[in-house]
Design a protein around this ligand. Sequence first.
Ligand code: FDA
Ligand code: NAD
Length: 434
Amino acid sequence: MAEKSFKYVIIGGGVSAGYAAREFSKQGVKPGELAIISKEAVAPYERPALSKAYLFPEGTARLPGFHVCVGSGGERLLPEWYKEKGIELILSTEIVKADLAAKTLVSAAGEIFKYHILIIATGSAVIRLTDFGVQGADAKNIFYLREIDDADKLVQVIKEKKNGKVVIVGGGYIGLELSAALRINNLDVTMVYPEPWCMPRLFTAGIAAFYEGYYANKGVKIIKGTVAVGFNADSNGEVKEVKLKDGRVLEADIVVVGVGGRPLVTLFKGQVEEEKGGIKTDAFFKTSVSDVYAVGDVATFPMKLYNDIRRVEHVDHARKSAEQAVKAIKSNEEGKTIDVYDYLPFFYSRSFDLSWQFYGDNVGDAVLFGDNDPASPNPKFGSYWIKDGKVVGAFLEGGSPDENKAIAKVARVQPAAVNLDLLTKEGLSFACKI
Ligand code: FDA
Ligand code: NAD
């Protein structure tokens, strides 16, 4: 089998890989030095589009429209861009074996790739209900969403099952964004999740109450406090019913499952240090193995702001960690140093006419402010999280760009807040004056 050798190899062709390629090009990379090896058939794109405009009946997003780096207002890197720069995009190629000691990767087709420096950017895989042996979970029309091929299957079934019934399993990011997108397609949508409120990883009960009310007003039905324990299919093998733990049975033509992701680190098991389910890195995304870096969803890195070690599964960090790693690689070659990664967590979501942003840490006491009536024509509300007398996190629904900047600043500056009643009363104006 052919053997190819590169100075730099990025394994994975998602968000981090695309932003890393742009940074390599900015820093100077010679033709033939860099290769991106991706299981996907397309050049790196902004993954968040898949659960939003990709599924909309109008104003639909399609490639090449959302290749990186348009999601952060940057240049759109079309496949031609990689060609012009001499960056080899090796697509539809899954790496099935990695030998970090021998600096060798092997693809499913048996191709061998050698590198001097490796960046691991394999992202996450979805957790499947078949992983826990849920009965009937391999029926047709039970979908997951991670890659563009998954999104294409959803687009197809939306066309096939017009006005059909959808059950969404999971009340996290995928659950909330997909139930909105499918409702906009005029499907009959029911969400099912085990927790007392949606998005419990981030939302307080007060924040969640707004979204649950808003979704209900849009016609999305919500069943909380139970899980899907089995599925019945028809004679074609297509899902027809979802059986819940509480005994209820829901009709379904389509099921979408969003019960979490898991970082793709199995290729490197036993070869590199891990922590918190990810590959342990330093503040330059260097792993315990020399010449091997890990970025994006798979990296467990030091978060300077909280003096903690964390893993982040969001696009802003995927972009910034990739840029940091490439800057570190290039400066190292020149014998220079760069500043350590000093990340301020930033998460966001959009659904229906809603749009929220969150910055910082959701720990300590939370206060809610503003108009959080789901029936309001222009709802705008938020939350602050206060720990040890300081505001450490801020959430805002319906903010303007300047207001979102203001809450980001609060989370970064961590101003003192002793009187929580006053903070509730001041609301957004507290952030705007920092
Ligand atoms: P990413 O998953 O982007 O890329 C990994 C790449 O590696 C893929 O191309 C994969 O095929 C490839 N790969 C894996 N194993 C391989 C192997 N063995 N061989 C070859 N290739 C391999 N975040 C946010 O902040 N706001 C948002 O709105 C959204 N929305 C959103 C929607 C959907 C549908 C998903 C799935 C995720 C989001 N996210 C998000 C999360 C965000 O997209 C995610 O954190 C980043 O894409 C992570 O970037 P990475 O480069 O780490 O992985
Ligand atoms: P998630 O962790 O956000 O949510 C999973 C949800 O499923 C939780 O509510 C969980 O309790 C629930 N759940 C777990 N087991 C269940 C079961 N058996 N039955 C029903 N519900 C169950 O994960 P996700 O929504 O699947 O998202 C996957 C990945 O994609 C994450 O990395 C996420 O960050 C990313 N993503 C991010 C965004 C965004 O940032 N806007 C959007 C989409 C996806």
